[in-house]
Design a protein around this ligand. Structure first.
Ligand code: NAP
Ligand code: ZN
Length: 347
């Protein structure tokens, strides 16, 4: 066992604070990583506050992890001490179901093992990246390019892959009109990736103040969803809508912006279930879909794509002592556009 320092929520209603726990010694197939940076995802808030139910406490959140390999097990082939490495949202899956066989471990039929708020095969809880190190089977460890700045790469491990995967699945590109709902961590990556793939990208936001940022991120249009006149200009307009909203909102408003055969893809997971009016789908043969993070192979493909195209997250680096304030700001939509924890501040 090795002593690990982290930050944990002790219950759904307590702020996060310092927490000491043990990580296993690296087994034959394990990689030990000294965590340098960890992004802050809205899923961390949902789970730390038990908004989806079933949370395991104490909880050390964090699934956008980058750092340096410190030790590897005897059978590890692809990593050695000193390499840069990343861990995203999952650290295990059954490995043999049809989903796992296709490299879609996130859809494992026996359930994937989350990087935190999950359980290892022996039943012990998993603890995430708000900590100084992690020990993970090498099959769930990603290679990180030396070319990019590490703190700006961390959010690719969740916000990057969660938006890259549906853009690839639906082959979004040149000639498509793509809308991104919500300009936060996932949303700003959807804009950058959508633009890089050749789509015309519109941000649909509740925050008029984000217009200049949206354009700087590459968006072609910006619509404030509270402004009915502005919204009317994009009725029946989009081929695809990617919805990254973390709070309750009316899907019908957005569905009405899809053209014939358009598809709206849900990424955000508000705590309450949405209502959908059938007429909003049948009237224009529209489709409503969802997508969950991405498999390991596709996550590596996304990281390599971002290194090649120089795509990184826009980040605000914080000391870990600021984490509770950062949660408060994210809930208010005040994020530009991902908080990233500098784990050196844990000491
Ligand atoms: P975030 O950085 O907090 O961004 C969410 C954005 O949603 C806000 O910045 C805001 O953008 C918009 N928003 C907030 N409240 C709203 C409301 N009431 N109505 C309309 N828009 C609202 O969150 P994130 O980290 O990107 O995560 C977003 C969601 O995706 C969360 O629910 C998270 O759990 C989920 N998620 C899903 C997956 C997956 O695999 N599917 C992976 C990661 C995260 P504007 O100011 O522009 O309106
Ligand atoms: Zn996430």
């Amino acid at each position: 066992m090795s002593n690990t320092k982290g930050y944990a929520a002790q219950s759904a209603t307590t702020p996060l604070g310092p927490f000491k726990f043990d990580r296993r010694e690296p087994g034959a197939h394990d990689v030990e990583i000294e965590i340098l940076y960890c992004g802050v995802c809205h899923s961390d808030i949902h789970q730390a506050r038990n908004e989806w139910g079933g949370s395991i406490f104490p909880m050390v959140p964090g699934h956008e992890i980058v750092g340096k390999v410190t030790r590897v097990g005897a059978h590890v082939k692809n990593f050695k001490a000193g390499d840069l490495a990343g861990v995203g949202c999952l650290v295990g899956s059954c490995g043999s179901c049809p989903s796992c066989e296709q490299g879609l471990e996130q859809y494992c039929e026996k359930g994937m093992v989350g990087t935190y708020n999950g359980r290892e095969k022996d039943g012990s809880p998993t603890y995430g990246g708000y900590s100084d190190k992690i020990v993970t089977n090498e099959e769930f460890v990603l290679k990180i390019s030396e070319k990019l700045s590490l703190e700006r790469v961390a959010p690719l491990l969740c916000a990057g892959i969660t938006t890259y995967s549906p853009l690839r699945q639906w082959k979004v590109g040149k000639g498509h009109r793509l809308a991104v709902v919500g300009l936060g961590g996932l949303g700003h990556m959807a804009v950058k990736l959508g633009v890089s793939m050749g789509a015309e990208v519109t941000v649909l936001s509740t925050s008029a103040r984000k217009e200049a940022d949206a354009k700087e991120l590459g968006a072609h249009k910006f619509v404030v969803t509270k402004d009915e006149a502005s919204l009317a200009t994009v009725k029946n307009y989009f081929d695809f809508i990617i919805d990254t909203v973390s709070a309750e909102h009316d899907l019908n408003l957005y569905l009405s912006l899809l053209r014939l055969d358009g598809t709206m893809i849900l990424l955000g997971v508000p705590p309450t279930a949405p209502q959908v009016a059938a007429f909003n789908l049948i009237g224009k043969r529209r489709r409503l879909a969802g997508s969950l993070i991405g498999g390991i192979k596709e996550t590596q493909e996304m990281l390599d794509y971002c290194a090649e195209h120089n795509i990184m997250s826009d980040v605000e680096v914080i000391p870990i002592s600021e984490i509770n304030n950062a949660y408060g700001r994210m809930i208010k939509g005040d994020v530009h556009y991902r908080f990233v924890i500098d784990l050196k501040t844990l000491n």
